[in-house]
Design a protein around this ligand. Structure first.
Ligand code: C2E
Ligand code: MG
Ligand code: MG
Length: 671
């Protein structure tokens, strides 16, 4: 949760450049429009003052008319006329005497109506003139057709080089008549230069500022995008990384929180990727990771994501409606990935954690934690084997994990307090029913956990490495028991002790075993070492060396669970073993299975040819005992004769071994 908040604080994401550029252009255009308005306003004020001059001039002409009469106006050639109160023209002068615009189109200008001297003036366009708003307070008249058309240059410019814009002014005289006079608004060269300069300089400033702002803005976006890329890009596969997954996944969950879909976090891993790198190269490995990433991505919908995190892990967020459908999709993805390279058959394992609760999604569900759960589910697969598979995180898994933690916590104390007990399961000769040997099997009598059978903790010890300590413990206790029984004058039989595959990495294993047994004072011939079939797939040379050394010291060595896993016929060829223990699976529910009988029979023959003794495990029925006796099986270890029992009970068995052969139903195992 905290990490999510930190991600929020960073708020980094790749930004698009086009949007901001368009935004900037809009800003620049708006500023330019404001500038044009300002320039027009300046122009308006210039016109305003010039119109004021025209009004003064008009007033002078009226004054002359009123004092000297109309004749003087005729001499001046001013375009003007006077209408009486009824609208009849009573005087006109100049060439243009009534060419002002249609009265309907005339516009009143406040400024003219209320001139400073209190007199009322009215302005009109010269012909079909246009009124444009140049000043906030009112209108100024322009006949654009004349300015723009310039069909009569004389009418629009005078000898002072002014651009003349004609318009009409009128004022009511005291006698009720109305005086009309054509005036001109002259725009001088200075006005134009001033305006051009203001426009040019402002335009340049806007352009310059816009370039600076644009450049700064764009380079900032580019820099940010680079940073985002660095943060969110996986340097190995050049795809999205874990941080991106957290950030994007959280947003997706929020966005789709009300949609009727459920999400699952998937932890998918490329099994034995390191091996691939070892056999090839890091570069080839990274290329392969990129391929895997791309392949996964082709299977995902728009609202699903994949990223590459540490080593060979691919966190994914997927939508689902039914668990089975999601499983099928993942199986398809894995199936395709297995064959991603023609020359190899890879394995992929996936763990799945469901985020089905809408409420949880709305409340910032913690992707980190969900991924951890998915990975925990995935790891249950890798603990068993390297094959492809899918595991789901559920309450059972949590319980199992808690159990593992508990065992881890208590294991050392259990050894120190001698909570582990040795149980013995006798082995009998099926032809004579005589006691021929026994296997030592561990039991845990825990004050906290109660009675715990080995199936519940041996795997855990094999995974956490504690198994080596346990095997030493068992070997030592069995050796001590044997020594004690020897001293008591009992007729000893060899007792086999299981030695885990995890031990065989130790080159001095044979010496360790020798020293422990010798330390207890037990003759080596009374101890047999059992290796599980799976151990034979490890370093065969080291294994052969250890077996040979053990035999040199006087121990017998057996292969446990023969036939339970992959065929180890090849191992039989290479390894100098003394005893072959046929797996209980042959006798489980197949007493009538002819094929199983054939296999068992042939396995016994094979062992005989290789000068090995045979022990059949898990035999519960008399028919099976008879069959094995006929086939020449040397020993039987099964419930038919006896279940595993505490040392004391086994001691009694030894004492009364002369009575062996009876089906033993003395159940002493507390399982
Ligand atoms: P394993 O070494 O193959 O031992 C034989 C298992 O078969 C024992 O289970 C035994 O109780 C069971 N069994 C024997 N006869 C019958 C039968 O007729 N019917 C049935 N249903 N079961 C029968 P257990 O004692 O539960 O041990 C399970 C496995 O745990 C052992 O298989 C061995 O792999 C491992 N284990 C037990 N003790 C030790 C130990 O001290 N060290 C190591 N490394 N592994 C041990
Ligand atoms: Mg065994
Ligand atoms: Mg076995």
């Amino acid at each position: 949760m905290k990490k999510d908040k930190r991600l929020d604080a960073v708020r980094l994401r790749s930004r698009h450049i086009v949007g901001p550029i368009i935004g900037n252009i809009i800003v620049v255009l708006t500023v330019a429009a404001l500038l044009v308005t300002a320039i027009l306003a300046i122009f308006g004020y210039i016109c305003y003052f010039k119109t004021d001059v025209a009004v003064d001039n008009f007033e002078n002409v009226i004054r002359v008319y009123e004092t000297d009469g109309p004749s003087i106006l005729s001499g001046w050639g001013i375009d003007s006329y006077i209408e009486d109160a009824d609208g009849n023209v009573i005087f006109s002068s100049g060439t243009d005497t009534s060419d002002h615009g249609n009265p309907v189109t005339l516009m009143l200008i406040d400024e003219f109506v209320k001139h400073s001297d209190g007199k009322q003036y009215t302005a009109y366009p010269d012909s079909e003139g246009t009124l444009i708003r140049l000043m906030p307070s009112g209108y100024i008249l322009f006949d654009f057709s004349e300015i723009i058309g310039i069909d009569d240059p004389d009418s629009i410019s005078n000898d002072r080089g002014e651009l003349l814009m004609p318009f009409w002014l009128s004022r009511k005289l005291d006698d009720g008549s109305v005086f009309y006079m054509k005036s001109n608004l002259g725009i001088t060269m200075t006005d134009i230069v001033l305006l051009t300069a203001v426009t040019g300089i402002s335009g340049f400033i806007i352009l310059f500022a816009s370039i600076i702002i644009h450049a700064g803005f764009i380079s900032k976006i580019i820099r940010e995008n680079k940073l985002v890329k660095l943060l969110f890009e996986d340097p190995v596969s050049h795809n999205h990384n874990w941080l991106w997954f957290l950030s994007k996944g959280k947003k997706l969950l929020k966005k789709r929180s009300n949609a009727d879909v459920k999400f699952a976090v998937v932890s998918l891993t490329f099994v034995r990727y390191r091996n691939f790198v070892l056999c090839h190269s890091l570069e080839e490995g990274e290329i392969m990771l990129g391929k895997v990433y791309d392949q996964i991505a082709t299977h995902l919908s728009r609202n699903e994501i994949v990223s590459h995190s540490t080593s060979s892990n691919f966190p994914m967020l997927m939508e689902y409606s039914e668990r089975e459908a999601l499983q099928k999709r993942l199986e398809d993805i894995i199936c395709e990935l297995e064959g991603i390279d023609q020359d190899h058959k890879f394995s992929f394992q996936a763990g799945v954690s469901f985020i089905s609760d809408h409420f949880a999604r709305n409340k910032d569900s913690d992707l980190d934690e969900e991924y951890n759960n998915a990975s925990a589910a995935r790891m249950t697969l890798s603990q068993k084997n390297d094959e492809s598979g899918i595991a789901f995180f559920d309450s059972e898994l949590v319980e199992h994990q808690k159990w593992i933690d508990k065992v881890n916590e208590l294991q050392q104390k259990a050894v120190d307090n001698e909570e582990f007990q040795v149980y013995y399961q006798p082995k009998y000769d099926p032809r004579t029913d005589e006691l021929r040997g026994a296997e030592a099997l561990i039991r845990w009598q825990s004050p906290e956990l109660g009675f715990v059978p080995p199936g519940q903790f041996i795997d855990i010890f094999e995974n956490n490495g504690f198994i080596t300590e346990i095997d030493h413990y068992m070997l030592e206790h069995v050796s001590r028991d044997q020594k004690k029984w020897l001293d008591e004058g009992l007729d000893l039989v060899p007792i086999s002790v299981n030695v885990s595959r995890a031990h065989f990495v130790e080159i001095d294993l044979a010496e360790q075993i020798r020293d422990i047994v010798a330390g207890a004072g037990c003759p080596f011939k009374y101890i047999e070492i059992e290796l599980t079939e799976s151990a034979f797939f490890d370093d065969k040379k080291a294994l052969t060396r250890t077996i040979s050394k053990l035999q040199e010291y006087g121990f017998t060595v057996s292969m446990d669970d023969f036939g339970s896993g992959y065929s180890s016929l090849n191992s039989l060829k290479d390894l100098p073993l003394n005893v072959l223990k046929l797996d209980a699976g042959f006798f489980r529910d197949s007493s009538e299975d002819d094929r199983a009988k054939i296999v068992v029979s042939e396995a016994i023959k094979l062992a005989k040819h290789l000068h090995m003794k045979t022990v059949a495990e898990g035999v519960e029925l008399k028919d099976q005992v008879d069959f094995l006796a006929d086939e020449g099986c040397d020993m039987i270890q099964g419930y038919y004769y006896a279940k595993p029992m505490p040392g004391q009970d086994f001691e009694e068995r030894m004492r009364s071994s002369s009575d062996s052969g009876e089906a033993a139903d003395t159940e002493t195992d507390k399982e």
